[in-house]
Every structure is written in C-alpha cells, then in structure tokens.
Write a protein that binds this ligand. Structure first.
Ligand code: NAD
Ligand code: MG
Length: 395
C-alpha cells in the first residue's frame, strides 16, 4: 500500500505536536513531506529526523544556519523564510495540517489547496479573515477542507449523512475559560497569568487567554458561519464547564445531535486524518456514570463582550472578520505588554471595528489574499491607536 504523504504547518505548536503524536504511532503508513516551525529549532529538527521528513522549514530566516546544523547528516532539507514556507506548501501531499497560529497561516493553506490536497484546518484565522475566498479556492481545485477546531469537527461529524436544509441551528459549547467563576468586578485586574490557566484544555498561551475572554469562542462563531454556510441567527453558544459536549446540531424535527468526547485535540485531529473512516485513537473514553453531571448555561453578556462583537462581525461579513481578528490579536498584545487591562480588550476591538468601518466599509467583499493582508495591516495600526487612546484616558 502506498504511504500517505502528509505535511504539517506549525508542527512545533500544540496542534502540530498532537498531530505528530498520531502520525508517529503509525509511522510506516505515512511519508512526511514538510514540517514547519518558527523559533523552536530543536523540536523541529528532532521531529523531522524522527519522521524522516523531506524538508523542515523555519519561518525565521535568521535561524537557517541553526536548522542546517541541527539537521546535518540526516538527509532532511533545511529552508527558512516566508517564501520557503510557500514552496513547502507547493510540494504535493495528500493531507496537510494547517496549524500555524495567526494570519501567517493563511497563505500556506491557500497554496496547499492549489494542488488539491486535503487541508485539515486548525488555523482559525483562515476562515475568519478569508472564509469565502478559502472555500472558493478549495472548490476551484477540487480540494477538501476538514475542520480541526474541536467544536467544528463535532458539528461536521453531526452533519454526516444529513441534509443541510434540515438543519435548524448549530450550538457550540464554551468552557467559560480560566476566569469563569471570578466576580465580574475582579476581571478588570486579571493578569496574563490568571487568564492563561485553562481548567480543561492544554493549549498555547494566546488561545488560552482568548478562551478566558471568549474571543476564542467569538472566532469560532464566525468560523461556524463561514464553514457551514448558516446565518448568524442559527448559531448559538452555551457555557458547558465540563468540555465533554463539544457541539450540537439541531434539526427541523426538534432532534438535537450532540458530539461528546474527552477534551483532547487528538480526537478532532485524528478524525480529520482518517476521514471518512474512523480509526482507533489514543484518547480517553468517557464514563458517563462517573461524570454524573453535564451542566449548560447561557453566557453572561457583561462578562463576555466578545460574543456581541462576534454577532456584529457575522452580520457585517466582508472585511469585518479580518478587522476583528487583527484587532483582537493586537488587543491581546496590549494586554500581554501590560498596557491595557483584561476587560479593555473588547473596547479596543470595538473601537477598531468602528474606525475601520468608516475607513474602508466593513461589508465590502474580500476579493484577494492581498486584500486580507492589507486590511489586517491597517486594522493592527488602528488597534494600536485605540490602545494608545485608552492609555491616555487611563492616566
Ligand atoms: P501554538 O502557538 O502552540 O503553535 C503555533 C505554531 O505556529 C508553531 O509551530 C509555531 O512555530 C508556528 N508559528 C508561529 N508564528 C509563525 C509565523 N509567523 N510563521 C510561521 N509559523 C509560525 O498554537 P496552537 O495552539 O497549536 O494553535 C495553532 C492554530 O490552531 C491556531 O490558529 C489556533 O487558534 C488553532 N487551534 C488550536 C487549538 C489548540 O487546542 N491548541 C484548538 C483549536 C484551534
Ligand atoms: Mg475550539
């Protein structure tokens, strides 16, 4: 049997490492084409050697000598920089994991679709900033996109064999994040350390803080609209502290199909890796009797202002997702740098959406990838201005 050619973009990150874990368990079934990372050269080189990758790429050009040295004698090619990332995406593969964090993950994913590879999409920014464009690119090249975010994988699984016309609503769950039980008044003083601890999921620092603020859930609401082609009114979110039910699909006969699974990203990654088959995965099995309770409740709008902003973004469409993503990333940078407080992030995002709306008109369709990058750049500058404004007010 021929081996499946796979590439992993963002191989050194949390999703990338979980993907490698699954692939390494059955290494003879895969031919690893490209692995990419950024600053963690030791990890990148170790995995590239272990899996016998064709090429390892670091996004950071200055680290090429270090990568070359780490790969010496292994037969693995070394490359660095943005162009090298795109060249790696051009290398034919059957399955490509898109797990670079941030807007940097966009272009490699687009390139990978061009040769018809199946794109396992973890990178949220791709759908939020350029959803319609990405889906169009996939259609044009006969490529398939499979969602890897746990909620979207759950919805996708709930839709197998179903007719979209019978879908009434989609509910994605939220853990509520690390500050879920804090008094609202105390949130203004939350530090990055406070917000960076997650009760259920083990993820990167940025996404964990985005979980506490629900900017992560806001991104996922937008992803849901883009990927499944439903209207905002059909999408709901509910707080579910146990993180066992990941999403539910509601049908026109009143049936609600829930997807349950242990909070382990290898579940969604493995589903995308083996789709349309199901294979044995090394994830914990759920014991319902031991769990005993699954709770659900509506998120509080005051505690989680990001959710309201997501609604406005979904309604606006066009460039709004791109502005939203750039603004929330910048606001998080501002929070991590101690320049704004935890609850100020949503204010910065709202001010950025307002300012960008008068500058470019948010609802205009995104035509090209360059549009996205340009809007992203402009929105980040606008968001920094909002942060500076906020600092002045606070003084
Ligand atoms: P991470 O920070 O752990 O890893 C990010 C990866 O991207 C690393 O390999 C890093 O080297 C690489 N990278 C960073 N900056 C880069 C740049 N400028 N150019 C090229 N590569 C760069 O992130 P993660 O938690 O693995 O998340 C990856 C993506 O998947 C994000 O978009 C995230 O929102 C999404 N996601 C993550 C989870 C999760 O459980 N971690 C769940 C759902 C979705
Ligand atoms: Mg998720």
């Amino acid at each position: 049997m021929s081996r499946r050619r796979v590439s992993i973009f963002g191989a050194t990150g949390s999703i990338g490492q979980n993907t490698i874990d699954l692939i390494a368990r059955d290494a003879q079934a895969y031919e690893v084409v490209a692995l990419t990372g950024a600053s963690n050269i030791a990890q990148l080189a170790t995995d590239a050697r272990r899996l016998g990758a064709q090429i390892a790429v670091t996004a950071e050009a200055r680290l090429l000598p270090e990568l070359r040295a780490a790969l010496e004698g292994s037969g693995v090619e070394a490359a660095a920089g943005e162009a090298a990332l795109l060249e790696a995406a051009d290398r034919p593969a059957d399955w490509i994991m898109s797990a670079i964090v941030g807007a940097a993950g966009l272009a490699p994913g687009f390139r990978a679709l061009r040769h018809g590879a199946t794109l396992a999409l973890a990178n949220k920014e791709s759908l939020v900033t350029a959803g319609p464009l990405l889906l169009q690119e996939a259609r044009q090249h006969g490529a398939q996109i499979l969602p890897v975010d746990s909620e979207h994988s759950a919805v996708f699984q709930g839709l197998v064999g179903e007719d979209m016309a019978a879908v009434e609503r989609i509910i994605i769950t939220a853990s509520g994040g690390g500050l879920r039980d804090w008094p609202i008044a105390a949130l203004a003083n939350a530090t990055p350390e406070d917000a960076g601890a997650h009760p259920n999921w083990d993820m990167g620092q940025r996404i964990t803080i985005d979980s506490a603020s629900m900017f992560n859930k806001a991104m996922e609401l937008i992803e849901t609209k883009e990927f499944f082609g439903v209207v905002p009114a059909q999408i709901e979110t509910v707080i579910h502290p146990q993180s066992i039910v990941h999403a539910l699909v509601g049908f026109n006969d009143g049936a609600l199909m829930a997807h349950l699974g242990a909070p382990d990203m290898r579940h969604a990654i493995g589903y995308a890796l083996h789709y349309p088959d199901r294979r044995d995965l090394p994830v914990a099995r759920i014991d319902l009797a031991q769990l005993a309770t699954l709770e659900f409740y509506a998120p509080c709008a005051t505690r989680y202002p990001a959710l309201k902003l997501a609604r406005a973004v979904m309604e606006a469409g066009g460039h709004a997702g791109c502005v939203f993503n750039a603004a929330k990333e910048t606001a998080l940078d501002g929070f991590l740098a101690g320049r704004i407080g935890f609850m100020d992030m949503s204010g910065v995002v709202e001010a950025t959406l307002d300012a960008m709306s008068s500058k470019i008109g948010l609802s205009n369709a995104v035509e090209t990838l360059e549009d996205v990058l340009q809007t992203d750049h402009m929105a980040r500058k606008t968001a920094w201005t909002a942060i500076e404004h906020h600092e002045k007010e606070a003084r």
